[in-house]
Ligand binder design. Structure first.
Ligand SMILES: [Zn+2]
Length: 276
């Protein structure tokens, strides 16, 4: 269904989380059934709560976390006091975002800004973090938002599971140009967040301290496990954080190390604080 990551860190981390949650090895293994299963899970477990008695949906218990990423989205915004209308709004919004992958895209539609597939709608930062708001700035056509396809919309909604909440109300999304490394780091994040959801129901979504130290630790641990491609010094890495990890390891083992040129790179991505 998907052949490769897009190169956009937030979409890719979400896509990796979607893959992990489906029990697949790589995004290329995902099928429509996997997407539907994960969309159902995200809708009923993360973004909403279902009341079996009234058969209505309400906003989920994790609004204080989700508002960092999706400010002003229907998931977190104040909705009507009418329970029927609230439930209808949540279901309609889910169709536009979580289930948009199932919509038949117009092949003539403008390309998705992230992956190049035909888009299904234009989005702003209430849907994809770090975009601008609903202002027609810097767009020659005067249109609001950037075009996105249904699959990227589902992927970005898996981002809360693929990133890690850190202190200061920030999300640490660990991205790498190496697919195997990206999948390993995201697998750890998904496991962490599944456990965090239980804690968050009792108190609040846990915010881990020292995100940069944790990134170094995850990089170092993943390096010890992922299969090494042939060729000299396959672990040369760009950022100073990764270089630090390699240097610390090499100094201990006596192996030579080099930190440039960049072959694989990883980076921290911080969506901005929500204005509440
Ligand atoms: Zn796309």
């Amino acid at each position: 269904m998907i052949t490769e990551f897009t190169g956009h860190p937030l979409i890719d981390v979400g896509l990796a989380a979607l893959t992990v949650m489906s029990g697949r090895a790589l995004p290329d293994d995902l099928g429509p059934d996997d997407c539907e299963t994960v969309a159902d899970w995200l809708f009923s477990r993360l973004y909403t709560t279902y009341d079996a008695t009234s058969e209505l949906y309400t906003q989920g218990p994790f609004k204080s976390y989700l508002i960092w990423l999706f400010p002003n989205a229907v998931w977190v915004n104040n909705l009507s006091k009418d329970a029927q209308r609230t439930s209808a709004s949540l279901r309609a919004y889910a169709q536009e975002t979580l289930y948009a992958f199932a919509m038949e895209a117009d092949p003539e539609a403008i390309a998705c800004n992230f992956c190049g597939r035909p888009s299904v709608r234009r989005v702003s930062r209430s849907v994809v973090p770090l975009l601008s708001g609903k202002y027609p700035n810097f767009n020659p056509a005067g249109e609001v938002g950037v075009p996105a396809c249904g699959l990227c919309l589902l992927a970005v909604h898996a981002l809360p599971l693929g990133g890690v909440a850190t202190e200061g109300r920030r999300l640490m999304a660990m991205h790498s140009s190496n697919s195997e490394l990206l999948m390993q780091m995201t697998r750890w994040a998904v496991d962490h967040n599944r456990a965090a959801m239980h804690q968050a129901r009792l108190a609040d979504w846990p915010q881990l301290p020292y995100p940069r130290t944790r990134l170094v630790a995850r990089q170092h641990r993943s390096r010890q496990h992922y299969s090494q491609p042939p060729g000299p010094d396959p672990h040369r890495s760009g950022p100073s954080l990764v270089c630090f990890a390699l240097r610390a390891s090499s100094d201990r083992t006596g192996e030579p190390h080099r930190c440039s040129p960049i072959r694989h790179h990883s980076r921290l991505v911080y969506p901005p604080l929500a204005s509440v």
